[in-house]
Design a protein around this ligand. Sequence first.
Ligand code: UDP
Length: 327
Amino acid sequence: MPNILVTGGAGYIGSHACKVLAANGFTPVTYDNLVTGWQEAVKFGPFEQGDLSDTARLDAVFKDYAPIAVMHFAALSQVGESMTDPGLYWRNNVGGSLNLIEAATRAGCLNFVFSSTCATYGEQDGVTLDETSLQLPINAYGASKRAIEDILKNFEESHGLSHVIFRYFNVAGADPEGEVGEFHQPETHLIPLILDAIAGRREKLTIYGTDYDTPDGTCIRDYVHVMDLVDAHVKGLNWLLEGKGSQIFNLGTGKGFSVREVLDSSRIITNKPVPYEEGLRRPGDCTKLVSGSVRARDQLGWTPDRSNLETMIADAWRWHQSGHYSK
Ligand code: UDP
């Protein structure tokens, strides 16, 4: 089976991607430094522990496995942290990605699938966010991802690097078969934090800001099920392998939910109260991020069937109750 190099394959989205790659006839080779990932999550192919700063190691892995493509998930992804320590984001995300892109082109591996983000769009009131929208990030996380998109474009011109860029909206849920799931330490994402509060693993959830210009005052996001998201990645990989060339796809459903709506759904689905308090805004948060695009549906034939709030929360809750990784 052809090898695909999966950076961040021990992380949340990367581990789900490895599962579907293996189910679709590929061998996922995980390259991960285990700073935020979990070795236990590497279940579907070989594991190579390494850092993106280690160019010699990257060259050796490309030589040993001769992957036909790269899926690049490895990144720091916390908006709040990126505002307090932007250097970390530029060094790790941009510097690390540049090393990886250079190693890939040195090895002649010219198919590249990249995890970007809707945070590259920033705050754009009343604008439908599609792939042609301006990219005006308001946090260092989004800025670091936009920079990597630029690097990919440059390497396409200089080295013929074909790339699919996926701009994720908010990823949620877990593998319904329970083999892998979401587990960050510390956790910063809304749905797992709500489930922690419900289960008594934390005292309460803090709603970050109730004075936004939205119907209920809380931020609005477009949530996508992780299984739908990784399904798009296999479609994007095949798109590249069929020689269709570089393309950018938003991965969102087009429907937005406020923090309060997610909280209410979680209470209904788990049938348990959610302890919460109303707090201050978190620096770097956009008011509303909802995809306005149908390109992935039209061009990739993507159908995000699991991406409704009920299924995402139910799958996340099942995983949340069944266990976690440990170092
Ligand atoms: N959020 C919140 N309390 C938390 C964590 C998140 O109110 O403890 C809000 C956050 O302000 C944002 C939404 O939930 O509006 C989603 O945040 P998350 O960190 O999950 O993803 P992001 O949109 O930052 O990528």
